[in-house]
Design a binder for this molecule. Sequence first.
Ligand SMILES: N[C@@H](CCC(=O)N[C@@H](CS)C(=O)NCC(=O)O)C(=O)O
Length: 324
Amino acid sequence: MLVNGKWTADWQPVQKADDHGRFVRQVSSFRNWITPDGSAGPTGTGGFAAEAGRYRLYVALICPWASRTLMARRLKGLDGLIPVTVVNPVMGTQGWEFGGHDDAEEDPLFGARHLHEIYTRAEPQFTGRATVPVLWDMKRDAMVNNESADILRMFDTAFEGLAPSDLRLYPAALAGEIDALNAQVYDRLNNGVYKAGFASTQEAYDEAVAGVFEMLDHLEYRLTGDYIFGGALTETDIRIFVTLIRFDAAYHGLFKTNRRQIADYPRLWAYMRRILARPGVRETVNMDHITRGYYSIKALNPSRIRPVGPAHIEAALRETAAGI
Ligand SMILES: N[C@@H](CCC(=O)N[C@@H](CS)C(=O)NCC(=O)O)C(=O)O
């Protein structure tokens, strides 16, 4: 991580643990919002008006948090307005790196070798982890936001004037329900799998893995329509999808969340495939980056051997690509 703008020690996956060995995720620190007219959003300062080609999104395709912003960008038709740079899926000793792997790109803005250089460009004395996603303002040379939950939400509304869309990821009528379910899904599923994977005590693992499967069981039970709130896709579906698509190929093995696979849940499996089949979504899923990235986390897999992967995931991706 960075301490007062200097990279310190080797990158380690475990961020912080509490007294019981529970994994604790860092709170994001750049929290400005792009808005239609540049007025300030719910947090941070103003001055970030929606403009075509002004902002760049830095992502890792292994990362579920980054992937949810990438999905929103595609589904909201913002690809032409917001360029993307994809980092290498394998963490080096200095965290995320540019280039050096299929579909990993060089940094087009500053020729940076590591993502942490983008953080110190934004804030020379930055202390914290250099995480993806990063939303960068190429006009003001500033970091807008590094919290995927905020980015997902601003992508829903900020660019309506430039790229009108019928899709409402956070419709006002469902706001309360979305917030409530998001909180559960985040804690028990999205971050729950990480809490299981990075637990350093049996007790912390047991607690996390129980939460993961309670949440999956609950979602399986309540999924009676095409999407979690009925007939229309919302941001909650995106948040659930990014974990489901990684589950059988990465979390089930590496994070030991192995009571069941998503393929064992009939509704969740069909739901995952339904979302995967929506135009644009398949292109945001890169299974090579996902398995390469997760299985290269040395603390969990010292040999870095990447397992062959479940055939059903490969088939689902292949069939979706072929439009079956
Ligand atoms: N709260 C952040 C979390 C992002 C996050 O944890 N990203 C991970 C990758 S999945 C990361 O970049 N980790 C680098 C590190 O911890 O040094 C968000 O949702 O945007």
